[in-house]
Design a protein around this ligand. Structure first.
Ligand code: ATP
Ligand code: PH2
Length: 166
């Protein structure tokens, strides 16, 4: 069994519902155990594209799936939600990324670990910091990334995870 940290973001349509549906579909997957869900954070878009603010969360899971298998489950979840959103909201309502998978380090372009952009993204690091206190190695690594990051985009707590973790 591996412990992994996922980052989920949404900035189109009903952002909270999209996050909630993504968490629900992870919980419904018998190969994934959802251990923790962070608070919901509202975050400034990173990357220079003019677009609406995001809601971001982090999720801690336990899974027997290998990284590539886990990524394909995440892509299935994205596709399910994309289909819904294609009808209602237009493209790209949800993004799921693997940030950490145990302490695995890999430069495989299909699944790079830790996620190659994590250290540049407070919207990824702040939610993981919140839910990784029990995992000393990851917590320390995240704290170091937060101290060293040049990302200055704002990240603010939006809501407790209660509603999407119910
Ligand atoms: N740790 C990882 N988690 C998710 N995808 C990854 C990871 N490492 C590499 N990838 C690859 O990145 C590719 C692009 O992912 P995606 O379409 O989600 O990009 P994006 O959301 O636009 O950008 P980003 O990945 O920087 O958030 C995927 O096809 C996947 O194979
Ligand atoms: N704040 C924020 N900015 C982003 C996000 C995101 O989830 N949150 N995702 C992106 C594409 O992966 C690009 N920029």
């Amino acid at each position: 069994m591996a412990k992994a940290y996922l980052s989920i973001g949404s900035n189109i349509g009903d952002r909270e519902t999209q996050l909630s549906l993504a968490v629900k579909s992870l919980k419904n997957n018998r190969m994934i155990n959802v251990d923790r869900v962070s608070s919901i954070y509202e975050t400034e878009p990173v990357g220079g594209v003019v677009q609406d603010d995001f809601l971001n969360i982090a999720v801690a899971i336990t899974t027997p799936l290998a990284p590539v298998e886990l990524l394909s489950v995440l892509h299935e979840v994205e596709q399910t939600l994309h289909r819904q959103r294609l009808i209602h909201w237009g493209p790209r309502t949800i993004d799921l990324d693997i940030i950490f998978y145990d302490q695995m380090v890999s430069d495989n372009p299909v699944v790079t670990l830790p996620h190659p952009e994590a250290h540049n993204r407070l919207f990824v690091l702040v939610p993981i910091k919140e839910i990784s206190r029990q995992n000393q190695v990851i917590h320390e690594q995240v704290n170091q990334m937060i101290e060293a990051t040049s990302d200055q985009n704002w990240v603010r707590k939006y809501k407790d995870s209660g509603e999407i973790n119910g």
